[in-house]
Each structure stands twice: as C-alpha cells, then as structure tokens.
Ligand binder design. Structure first.
Ligand code: ANZ
Length: 926
C-alpha cells in the first residue's frame, strides 16, 4: 500500500513516533529563551474516564502552548492528577479495594485517552497528589502555616517563634496581628506565667493553621460529618437521615488574614470580569461599624456589626444568633423553654436555608433588654435564625425603617417602626435602607446627610467607648479537617497532656486500615489504625483527620517546575525561572474554591520568600461546557411506554434507531425488555428498513442521560486532528455548546482536502518544488495574518474557518508549491499536530515541526496588485477591465480599446477621444 494515501490512524501513529523518538515535549530551564507557562486544571481521575467535554480546555491550551513554542518561547506545559477524593474512597467502602489501586488504574486509563489526542505535555513532570513524594510537601506547607502568624502592620506572614519572643518581652500589647480573639490581652508577665497548655491555646489564636471549635453537619445515623453539599433540606443526601449542626474541634486555615491582599491582587490579573466579581463577592468586604449596646441587669454588652450606623436612632430591638454565646446568660427564666426549642430547631438548618426565608423571619424573645447607647432607652433582645453566628459579631441592631427583614419582624411581633429619614414619615410599605433624605428623630444628626451622620456617629461612639469603625469580610477561615481516609494525613500528634507536636520527618504516610468506613464516632477511619495512631508512644495520639481536597491542588503548579525535587517543593532556580503560570485554562466552577485557596497559599509562600511572585495565575481562561445531545422517544412510538425516554446515543444513527439496534437495547435496558417489536412499536419505514426517528434534546453530558460521547470513539474513526479541530470549531471557548457528532464529517473532509494538496487519492505527489506563484503566496499570507490575529485574541474557532478558506482557495490552483505549503503546515500545526507533522516529514524534514518557527505575515503579498477600471462609452458603463497596478496611462488605454466587450460597442469606429483617469476610470467618446 502506498503510505502517502490519507489514513487518519496511520497519520496519528507516524506523528507520535516522531515525537517519541525526538522527545520533543520535554522541557528544561533555558536562560536563552523567554519562558511561557501554559497550564490546565488537572483532572480528578474518575472511574468513568474522559468524555468529549473534558478535553475542550486541554485542546485549547495545547494550541496556545504549541503556538508559543513556535514563537520561540520555552514552554512549560505539564499535566498531572488531583488524585485524592471521595469517589475512590466510596468505591473502597463498597468493594474493599484500596483507593490507591483504583486511583492508579484510573490514571492509566486517563493517560491512555489523553495520549490519543496529541497533547504536547511534558509527562516527565507528572504530578500525582496522592503520591507520598508529593504530599510530603503538602504536609510541609501545612507545617509552615502552623508555624506562622500574620503581622497586620507589615502585612505579611511571619514565624511563630518570633511571636513567642515578642510575647515573652511585651505580651501581646505591641502587636497588630490577625487573631481569632479580638479581646485577647496579656502582658509579658502573664504570658510567662501561663503553662504550656495555656500558651498553646493563646498561640492557636494566631497561627495561620489552627484548631478551633466549629459547627459541622453531623449525621448520627451515618456516623459521619457531611460537607454542606451533602446535606439537602436538613437531611443527608445519601439515605435521607437527619443532620444536626454540632460543634467539633477542627483544623482551619486563617485565609481571612489575607482577605485584603486577595482582593487587591485581583486588580493585577488578566481574568474575566465575572471571575473576579465572584471572588470579590465571596471575600465580601463591608465597611461599617461595631456598636456595643450595654446589657440591662448584666455586666457587659451586646456588640453588633452594622453597615448603617446612621440608622441607629431607628433601632427598636436587637437580634442575636441563636448560637450566640450570651443567649444562655441573658435569657430569663420565663423564656427558657421557648428559647431552647427555638435553638434546637435552628440547629437543623443550614446557613443558606436560614438566610433564604426572608418573608417569614421568625424569632423568639429572650426576656432580656439592652440600652441604646445614645438615648438610654430599653431595647428588647430577640434570637432569630436569620442572624448568622458566623458573620460580623453574630448580632444585629434591628432597624425596621431601614431593613426589610427587620420590618417584617417588627410587624410580626408588634415592635415599633421608627422613621429615620424625613422621606419616611409614613412607613407602611416594606422598608429598605435608603441613604437619601435628612435625618429625623435624633438629637444630634438631624438635618445631616448620610456621610456626615456616619462620621459623626462613629466619632461619638468611639468617645463613649461603645463602638468603632469596622471592616468586615464575608469570607470565613477555611475548614481544613476531613473525617475521611483518602486524603493527606496531618503531620501532627498530641501527647498525654494535650500538647500538640509536629512530625518533622515527612511524609507521614497513610496507614493501612481494615475498613475505609467512618468509625461512627465522628472520627476518620485512620482512628482504626491503632499502631499508626500511637506511633510516637503509647500515650500519644496522631491527628486522625485528613486534609481536604483542595490541599493538594493549592500548590501543584509549583511542583511541575521541579517535579522530582526531594528536598523542597521546587528548587530556587526553577521557581525563579518559571515564576508563575502565564496561561491557565479551567472551569469557572473553581472560582471561589481552588482559585482562592491557591492564591492564598501562593501569597503565603511569597511571604516566606519561597516563591518570587505574588499571584500564581496571571491569565485565566474559562472554557464553557460541552453539552450532550440526547435522543428521546416521541409520543406514540412505543405503545404502553411514555414518550421522552432516553435512548443511548451509541445505538442511534442520524437521530434514528433501527430495529436491529432496538433489539440490542432490549437486552441492555430493562425498561424496554417486554416490548413486542412487532406489535408494540409503531415503526417508520423507508427502503424496506424499519426505524424510529427520535427527538433531540440538548442537556448536560452525563452517563445517566445516555448522551456521553467518548473521544476514543471519535478518534478511532476520524483521527485525533479531526477531533481537536472539531472541538475548537464548535464555537468560542467560553460559550456552552452542544456536541453534535453529525457535524464532524465536515472537519474530516476538510483535512482530507488539505492532504490532497500534497498527495492525491492514489498517493501520488501533487505539490511541486517550483517557485511559488504570487497567487499562492497571497492565499498563505492572508491566512497567516488572520490566524495570528485570531490566536492572539484567543478566537480559535474562527481560525478553523480561515484554514478552510485557504484550502478552498488552493483548490483553484492546479499544483501547489512546497514553499508556500510549508508555511501553511506550520500555521496549522498547533491545531492539527498529527497531520502537519506527518506531511512535514514526508516532504523531507527530519526535525519535528514542533520546533519550527511560526510563520510571519509578509504584508507585501497582501497589497492588491491589479486595479479594476470601469470603462464608459459615451457616458455609459460598458465594461470593467483588470489592469496591473503599475501600468502607464498608455497601457491602460491600449488594454481598454482591445477589451472584447469594448470592441463590441466601438464597432470598428475610431474613438474621438479616450480619457484615462489614473486608478479610477476610462472614458471613451465615439
Ligand atoms: C442595621 C441596619 C440598618 C443594617 C439598615 C442594614 C440596613 P453586609 O453588607 O452583608 O455586610 N447583619 C450584621 N450581622 C449579621 C449577621 N450575623 N447575620 C445577618 N445579618 C447581619 O450587611 C451588613 C448588615 O447586615 C448589617 O447592617 C446588619 O444590619 C446585618 F437600614 O445594621 B444592618
């Protein structure tokens, strides 16, 4: 067989051989080239393998990586696996199979699938987060966080040893630190008199990785703590068992210390506006004030956080969260029972549910009162679940004339509604805070506007010692404990006195356990590994929780820089050379998870002097979803079965299912088992064939909807380049778009046509080695210009159309020339690496096209070199003639008079006059 005949599978094979033989994708530090770091969000290797939606982003970033490489950049383009996670653990619980084994198997499947698509990954830098040689460093970073505190004055993290020294010298009176307890105050003497446990407790308020009590979703029936998204309407998603909110000691990361820097850093990033807004909202910076309302009959105050201190003269009651620490103390005997019941009911609701019920806010009076800081009036204190314990101070001053929830609450419990602005004299409608108008009902801000009133109030409160201006963030510290097996163990153990010790010899490896199930006491399965738990002595105990999914993914991009370094996360040299990611591609579902945690860790490592940059991801592109195109039965097609049943798409063709395939369906899907093919199905018929035409519906691509398209199938049939180009051709990268297998043959045919510029269908050489014609060069350079512009604005879908146009234009040329075709090969190689590599080789190149230089447009080919002259005879347009742009007046006249059309009108007459207006028109007067 002539091996110059187009054969997609052969093409893929040959290209891969060249890449393997030349090891083209391995990259090393090279100080003679500028670096460029292109990164994909690494996948979780699920058991289901890849569907066509997954590689969309990878194809996109691969084009960028190849393009930059050809432009002379030293490109780092790695891939790895985010390999800890729940599915492997759940599978282990069901089957007893160790998660490490399933994970390894899944990774192999993923790699096989990825290899088929022709990505330019440097696999020598592969990172797998569940590998002890990797998580050793994840544990190390955790220890750095544990051993650090945040100095608000210098705005950076510092060593906890330094803090201890300060404490021994001057207590905590001189520092301005991120601290879990605002009221903490001690002198050097007090510090020095604390015992080890007390000192440990104090330091916990400062550490960037710390332990604290926290509310968790505890499911007694399942014996485990659940994540928020595992709880639906107060019951467990799995099993539907009751879930209660309960306090448990957990590890946290003090991400809030970095809130302002995380906010400011966004301004320096080339991310979409939407992504930045998601982070801004999540961080949620509010400027306001904290105000203390002295308690009646008790010492102390209730401190509220308000963004509208200007409404303080409209306060008619206070609401505190049911979990607020003062509730027990201030509730009077008369209301004890009601308050208890209310608290119990609240514990069953999630924060989201608690905030959703705006319309029917209800609460419970505690019997207690506070005093208004200015009027000294008695103000009743309620508890209500719409006030969250975890935000602000967990207490609000309620202003029915300013806030809608407060208004509804006041109506319900008959509490006073005091207007605060002159525009609000008759308050009958639901209130919503406005800043318009002049204040009334107060003794000293009457007549002022919003800003003046706010400033004056804060000053007065400060003078009274009852309040101050305050910045509040929505973002909470990040929970860092999971009661799971398949995660990083903490390098931490406790001694018999409850003192915490760090394990310095890393990694702390996951122990073998007999069961992956939670223990039923809220502890993780690691608690069952008795020997491991007591490895540092009979009376010591390892921390048995594991780290959360985001631990390993918060720094993996650094590891690729120096993936085999055993002593550090990466060498100084590689960190300094590769700096940070230049081009990051991934889904926007990670906006406030992974992307926020990574930025936080990166800033922390920057503070320690480990990384040279403040931000990990300079530019970010979010790919849209590829949706599935499902096929469903229509009305009346199958007697006895409702319409709208999903049919597996692999059993259909052109939206139809044949009788033969229907038989196969019956063996696979019991919904169809008992259908009598001859009686119950109303077949359509054409050319003796029986079939059903199904209805198409675009929805999520998912196994359960039977609409999953496996890239392997497409590649086996059409080759990898058709797959790659088709993925790009579907539309703009950030748009959601349906996968429609029916459209794929267009791209396939285009690639065959492209091949035919080089070799015909018998495999004979088509191209020449003569000099390229102007026309050819014009086609190519026009294409270079368009492609370069489109790549630069990341519009890869329009690139595909430009290639199609160029190849069509070539169709008009009998034989194309090698020189011009080579430009086209290079131009197309980032998109269709296999076919271009194979052809590159066939026309005589030894070295891979991967290392070729990306073509540059020569604009001189684009200049129009002919001019069209309209020819008028006695004032009437009679013809158009093409003339060389450099032709003289005489030449133009001669061409006009010899034009066939013109000659017809002249009819052997001799023109009286011929006027040539250069570059414009020819006038002939007869
Ligand atoms: C009085 C007031 C009057 C308020 C008014 C608003 C309008 P953001 O922007 O979200 O920070 N609040 C404070 N802590 C709360 C908590 N733990 N749970 C629920 N609500 C809480 O909003 C801050 C405002 O939300 C605060 O300002 C407080 O109500 C309420 F016309 O105080 B305001």
């Amino acid at each position: 067989m002539n091996n110059n005949i187009f054969n997609a599978q052969e093409i893929d094979k040959q290209a891969n051989q060249i890449w393997d033989a030349q090891n083209v994708y391995q990259v090393e530090i090279n100080h003679n080239k500028p670096k460029y770091y292109v990164l994909d969000m690494f996948p979780y290797p699920s058991g289901a393998g890849l569907h066509v939606g997954h590689p969309l982003g990878y194809v996109f970033s691969d084009i960028q990586a190849r393009y930059k490489r050809m432009q002379g950049f030293n490109v780092l383009h790695p891939m790895g696996f985010d390999a800890f996670g729940l599915p492997a653990e759940q599978y282990a619980i069901q089957t007893g199979q160790h998660p490490a084994i399933t994970t390894k198997k899944n990774i192999e499947t993923f790699k096989k699938q990825l290899a088929k698509i022709g990505f330019s990954f440097d696999w020598s830098r592969e990172v797998i987060t569940c590998d002890p040689s990797y998580y050793k460093h994840t544990q190390w970073i955790f220890l750095q966080l544990f051993n650090a505190w945040y100095d608000n004055n210098e705005n950076k993290a510092k060593s906890i040893d330094e803090l201890k020294t300060i404490f021994t010298q001057s207590g905590n009176t001189t520092i301005n630190a991120a601290c879990g307890d605002d009221s903490l105050y001690f002198t050097a003497e007090e510090w020095n008199n604390y015992d080890a446990l007390q000192q440990q407790q104090v330091l916990m308020q400062y550490r960037l990785a710390y332990q604290s009590e926290a509310m968790v979703n505890w499911c007694p029936e399942l014996g485990t703590v659940l994540a928020n998204d595992e709880v639906v309407n107060g019951v467990s998603e799995r099993g539907g068992f009751p879930v209660i909110r309960q306090k448990m000691t957990q590890w946290f990361l003090r991400i809030t210390a970095y809130a302002d820097r995380l906010l400011q850093g966004l301004d320096t990033l080339d991310w979409s506006h939407a992504m930045k807004e998601m982070q801004r909202n999540w961080i949620g910076k509010s400027k306001g004030a904290s105000v203390k309302f002295p308690l009646q009959n008790h010492d102390g105050n209730i401190e509220v956080f308000t963004t509208r201190v200007d409404t303080i003269f409209g306060v008619s009651f206070l609401v505190i969260a049911p979990e607020h620490e003062l509730v027990q103390k201030i509730t009077t005997n008369e209301y004890k029972n009601e308050v208890e019941t209310y608290i119990l009911n609240t514990s069953k609701k999630s924060d989201i549910e608690r905030q959703a019920e705006v319309k029917e806010s209800n609460g419970q009076f505690t019997g207690a009162f506070v005093l208004h800081p200015f009027t000294q009036e008695k103000i009743p204190v309620y508890i209500a679940d719409y006030v969250l314990a975890s935000y602000g101070t967990g207490a609000v001053m309620a202003v029915p004339s300013g806030d809608q929830r407060d208004f509804l609450f006041a109506k319900k419990y008959n509490l006073p509604i005091i207007p605060i602005l002159d525009a609000q004299q008759n308050l009958e409608v639901e209130a919503d805070a406005t800043k318009e108008g002049k204040y009334i009902n107060s003794d000293f801000i009457n007549g002022m506007d919003y800003q003046a009133a706010t400033d004056l109030l804060i000053a007065k409160l400060e003078a009274l010692g009852l309040g101050k201006g305050k910045i509040q963030f929505k973002m909470r510290d990040a929970g860092y404990s999971r009661q799971r097996y398949w995660g990083e163990p903490f390098p931490i153990y406790y001694d018999e006195n409850g003192l915490i010790h760090t394990v310095d010899k890393l990694p702390v490896e996951l122990p073998e356990v007999s069961s992956y199930k939670p223990t039923g006491t809220g502890e993780s399965p690691l608690a069952n590994a008795t020997k491991w738990v007591h490895q540092f002595g009979e009376n010591t105990r390892m921390e048995t929780d594991t780290m959360p999914g985001y631990a390993g993914s918060s720094w993996y991009f650094l590891r690729y820089m120096d993936a085999h370094n055993n002593n550090a996360i990466a060498s100084k040299e590689s960190l300094n050379y590769w700096q940070s990611v230049d081009f990051y591609v991934g889904g926007n579902e990670h906006a406030v998870g992974h992307l926020l945690y990574s930025r936080f860790w990166h800033k922390f490592l920057y503070d320690l002097g480990i990384v040279p940059t403040q931000e990990p991801f300079q530019k970010m592109v979010n790919q849209g979803m590829i949706q599935g195109r499902s096929l469903l039965t229509k009305d009346g097609q199958i007697n006895g079965l409702a319409a709208g049943l999903h049919i597996p798409i692999e059993l259909t063709q052109n939206d139809k299912i044949s009788k033969a395939n229907f038989e196969e369906l019956q063996t696979k899907d019991n919904r169809f088992e008992n259908i009598d093919l001859n009686k119950d199905v109303n077949w359509e018929e054409k050319d003796g064939e029986q079939f059903l035409t199904l209805q198409a519906q675009v929805e999520k691509m998912s196994k359960s909807l039977l609409n999953v398209v496996n890239p392997d199938d497409i590649i086996n049939e059409y080759g990898a380049d058709t797959f790659r180009m088709y993925e790009m051709f579907l539309g703009p990268i950030d748009a959601s778009k349906p996968w429609d297998t029916n459209g794929i043959s267009g791209v396939y045919n285009f690639l065959r046509k492209f091949w035919r510029l080089f070799f015909d269908d018998e495999g004979n050489q088509k191209y020449t080695t003569n000099k390229a014609s102007e026309e050819e060069l014009k086609i190519v350079h026009k294409c270079i210009k368009k492609i370069t512009e489109d790549i630069e604005r990341l519009s890869f879908n329009t690139c595909i159309s430009s290639f199609m146009i160029a190849v069509n234009d070539y169709g008009k040329i009998k034989q194309a020339n090698q020189e011009a075709l080579e430009l086209l090969l290079k131009l197309m190689s980032p998109f269709a690496p296999h076919i271009t590599e194979t052809l590159w080789h066939k026309i005589g190149h030894q070295e891979s096209i991967v290392n070729a230089t990306f073509p540059i447009c020569d604009e001189s080919y684009l200049v129009e070199n002919t001019i069209t002259y309209p020819v008028q005879i006695n004032g009437k347009l009679r013809a158009n003639i093409q003339v060389d742009a450099n032709a003289s007046k005489e030449e133009v006249e001669k061409l006009a008079l010899n034009d066939e059309q013109v000659l017809k009108y002249i009819e052997n007459k001799t023109p009286k006059k011929v006027i040539v207006v250069p570059n414009k028109i020819v006038n002939i007067v007869l």
